[in-house]
Every structure is written in structure tokens, then in C-alpha cells.
Write a protein that binds this ligand. Sequence first.
Ligand SMILES: C[S@@+](CC[C@H](N)C(=O)[O-])C[C@H]1O[C@@H](n2cnc3c(N)ncnc32)[C@H](O)[C@@H]1O
Length: 272
Amino acid sequence: MTRGEEQPQTWHHGIVASWWAEFNLTGPEISYFQKYIEDDGEPALDVACGTGRLLVPYLRAGLDVDGCDLSADMLARCRERAAAEGLSPNLYAQAMHELELPRKYKTIVLCGGFGLGGNRDQSFESLRRIYEHLEPGGLLLLDNEVPYAVAGIWPHWPKEERRALPKPWPELGAGDHRQGSDGAEYELRSRVVELDPLTQCVTLEMRADLWRDGEHVAAEEHVLKMSMYFTHELVGLLELTGFTDVTLRGDYTHEEPSGDTDFIVFIARKPA
Ligand SMILES: C[S@@+](CC[C@H](N)C(=O)[O-])C[C@H]1O[C@@H](n2cnc3c(N)ncnc32)[C@H](O)[C@@H]1O
């Protein structure tokens, strides 16, 4: 099996998918990207749409937006959310490096998904597939958290820190614990397992636990591989793919990014 044939490894399944549907519903990204779709950007595609944090509000606003995601569980939660509002979006279960959809788009949004799965060849192939799915003159909007903004991972880049990996698991009870809308209790704990600074790839693990009526009913463990990208290498990849007019914005504002920016928004056009 060559590197290009590996399946992307992510933790967005099972309890983690339910967590996303319950607790990840807001954020500045939603209205920020929506404006670009409204400005003559339909039809649009939400790549790695997850449980529909962006997609469902866009559909509610009457926008013509399709969604795709690697995780059938995330898409199932997305479909449920949409159906609860009488909406039935076109949702496709596909890895983004294998994207193959029946129509072309004026706008493609990739929010919080670039580099997930952990294979750099696949990240580059994803950009090529996205490019193919854009109409001439179409716009790609992609966000990327800069590697040095991720407080739990950045300290592990030096050799001495890497030798101390994997980190121990946090104790049960010490993770992020929340109560869902139906009374179920969720807890997520994660740890860094390994980091390769040469490929800029990090491996994380997550333990997800679920309680109903005080009884511990499920425990899952998932792996997330993630390729990390610095800003100018990603600009280079976009240009290599064929995109032009690559513009950078900081933290979902219309300002140029600075060294303090955590999330860089890349706005790139397919030539007309
Ligand atoms: C951090 S969530 C973001 C979801 C959504 N875009 C949002 O902002 O709410 C990342 C999503 O990317 C999906 N994903 C991860 N790797 C992927 C891949 N290689 N191809 C397609 N989707 C992927 C996951 O299943 C998950 O739904």
C-alpha cells in the first residue's frame, strides 16, 4: 500500500460525532463564510461539513449548498439536524482527496478540515479535487490554524519533548465533561501520541465516554492524524494547484493576518 492509499484517520465518529452535534453549533466562521456564498457564490459546497455547523444555517437561509464529509456518523447527525428543520441537503460520504460529485460549484468552503487524516499527499490531492469541482472563476475559502497557535501540540516539536511522548492519559473525570440536551453526560479526553517535525504530522488519541441516567454506557477510543501547515507553504500549495489571487485574512475578519493570528483564512480563485 502506498502512502496515497492510506485511509485518513480521524476521531469524528460515534460519541465524538454526537458531541459535535450537541455542543459545536456556533462560531464566527458561520457568518464569515456565508457572506461569500451570498455574494453570487451559489451553488456552494461545504467540504468536511461535519454535523452541519455551517451547512444547516446556510440551508436555513435558503442558500443552495451541498455537503460532504469522510465520517458517516457526522453526516448522519447533520442529516438529522437538517431534517428537524424540514431540510434535505445533498450530503456525500467521501474523503476530500477522493472528492467526486455530480456538480460544480461557485464557492467551496473548507472549514476546520484541511490536513485532517494526516497524509500530506492526500492534502495536496484534496486541493486538486476541490479545484476540479469549482466553476471557472470560482472561489475556495479555507481556514488553517497555524501550528504555533495550538497550545497542546506546539511545545512537543523540540526533540527532548518528542522523546517524552506519548503523553499519559488524563484521568477519567479530568477531561471536558458536558451534559447533552437529553440529559446524557459526555466526557472527552485527548493526548498527543507522536509528532514528526519532518512531515509536520501529529498523532493524537481521544477517549470518549458516555453516561445515561448515571450509568456508564459507552467508552470509545479514536485516533486523529493531522498534517500541520505553515502559512506560506499553504499559499505555495494553492498556487501549485492552479489557484490565483490567493488572499489571506486573519481570524475571520477582513484584516490581514499578523503574527498573533491563530486562524488564517485563505481565499483563492480558480482562473475564469
Ligand atoms: C473539526 S470538524 C469541522 C466540521 C465543520 N466543517 C465545522 O466547521 O463545524 C472536521 C471534519 O472534517 C472531517 N474530515 C476529517 N478528515 C477528512 C477527510 N480527509 N476528508 C473529508 N472529511 C474529513 C471530519 O469527519 C469532521 O467532520
